[in-house]
Design a protein. Structure first.
Length: 457
């Protein structure tokens, strides 16, 4: 199992010193994978190796940033921010898990698989952008110093308003679904005709355990009283953040909406974030996203969306119906918007659908909300389906998640490559949509039948 990370020519960006260090990081991770599977090596060997990886990664980040500064790379600050997000938040969170478990094998595997996934994604996107082979998607983020102030203000407000001791999970939250979410959108406008949108997202249990508790709600579940109270609490929360930044004072609140996840996904996807932060409150996840100002959209389309999204009773009815129906959760991983829309249209009546564009986003989505089935595109430009499935299978927590390849080919070479990773099967994109739906339905019917049989025994 030594070749968990296979170096390929496409990882080379054409800068010798960077390519050399990338290879070194891959080699370190591969050695650690081997050590983690050899009982005689002992946890202390992995402990020292992980420390070496961390130190080497931080050193490499500094050298890479120095190179970018030397060539006047315009994305230097953003790239540095991504490095710091990994070294200041992701790595410490993983190390905390290692220490808590006494460097158990599962925790080591989790550490290594997350690091492997991050290395693959970062190398093939952000590092390739240094030499113009890719374009960074995080191009409009607020300066690091201001973002730090925002983050600290949010942490303080969560503690003061809700008594939550919170930690940052990511400074680059990509809009993935987590649990049963409640999505608030606040739209601000200025005299120049520009708008900026702010999204505040709560996992339902956060609102029930905080706002619900404060207003004495006894049902133990989301209701109209909690949502109405949360609406005004959220407005005050956002204002407390905005007042720290004079540049936002020209914007006045124009409207506020309660969105479904699908509406949030569309609204988030058509804009670029200034900052997009994900937190673990200890009582559930919380996200705060501020988007880059843009020219106002046509009011008619916006009003139509508001009209359907702000009726709290309808929202609760729909929410309760979806929860009671216990729809199976499907994660669609495909870089094509056309394929994503087609799969949603085909399946969303009977299944709860989440769609992402990349392998890295798929791993994040699986971490936040475990799906019942993954439909995985085989051919993706950055991290292909086989690599994504390999990352899923290397995580003890995710290893048994069923995966169907969604592909345009089933040639012998492609099939033999992924057989050891145990996909549940293949769905051809060229098939009749009705046949694709039938295969997915039959899969769950068979699974349910096996479950009933096991219970009977």
């Amino acid at each position: 199992m030594a070749n968990r990370l296979i170096w390929e020519d496409r990882f080379n960006i054409g800068v010798d010193q960077i390519d050399k260090e990338h290879k070194k990081l891959f080699q370190i991770v591969n050695k650690l994978f081997v050590f983690s599977e050899q009982k005689e090596k002992g946890p202390w060997v992995c402990q020292e190796g992980i420390k070496y990886f961390k130190d080497h990664a931080v050193k490499h980040f500094a050298e890479e940033e120095a190179y970018m500064a030397a060539i006047s790379y315009p994305g230097l600050e953003m790239h540095r921010h991504l490095h710091q997000d990994f070294s200041r938040h992701t790595l410490p969170a993983l190390e905390k898990e290692l220490e808590r478990t006494g460097y158990a094998k599962d925790a080591i595997q989790h550490f290594l698989s997350v690091c492997a996934g991050w290395l693959i994604g970062h190398t093939l996107t952000e590092d390739r952008a240094i030499v113009g082979k890719e374009q960074s998607k995080w191009v409009n983020l607020m300066p690091e110093e201001e973002q730090f102030v925002v983050m600290q203000t949010i942490l303080r407000q969560l503690h003061e308003m809700f008594q939550l001791d919170t930690e940052v999970v990511s400074e680059c939250y990509g809009g993935e679904r987590f649990g049963s979410g409640v999505y608030f959108r606040l739209i601000y406008g200025d005299r120049k005709g520009r708008q900026r949108e702010i999204f505040v997202i709560y996992e339902e249990k956060v609102l029930v355990g905080t706002v619900g508790k404060l207003i004495g709600a006894s049902a133990g579940k989301l209701d109209a009283m909690i949502l109405n109270a949360a609406r005004f609490t959220t407005r005050q929360f956002v204002e407390s953040i905005r007042k720290r930044f004079p540049s936002t004072q020209d914007y006045q609140l124009e409207s506020e909406n309660l969105l479904t996840y699908e509406q949030f996904e569309r609204a988030f996807g058509r804009q670029l974030p200034q900052y997009s932060l994900l937190f673990d409150t200890g009582a559930g996840y919380f996200a705060y996203c501020a988007m880059t100002p843009q020219t106002k959209r046509k009011q008619g389309a916006q009003q139509q969306e508001e009209h359907t999204a702000t009726d709290i009773e309808k929202y609760l009815t729909r929410n309760e119906r979806e929860n009671s129906s216990q729809k199976k959760k499907l994660l669609v991983v495909d870089d094509s918007d056309t394929v994503q829309l087609a799969m949603k249209g085909l399946l969303q009546e009977d299944y709860q659908i989440t769609a992402v564009h990349s392998g890295a986003a798929a791993i994040r989505s699986i971490s936040l909300e475990r799906p019942d089935l993954v439909l995985l595109d085989y051919d993706m430009p950055v991290c292909d389906g086989a690599q994504v499935l390999q990352m899923i299978r290397s995580e003890a927590e995710f290893a048994d998640i069923p995966v169907f390849f969604l592909t345009g080919r089933v040639d012998k070479a492609s099939v033999s490559k992924v057989i050891p990773l145990k996909p549940e099967g293949y769905l051809l994109k060229s098939e009749n949509p009705g046949e694709i739906k039938k295969k997915i339905d039959r899969y769950f019917e068979r699974k349910q039948g096996k479950s009933k049989h096991a219970n009977a025994i």
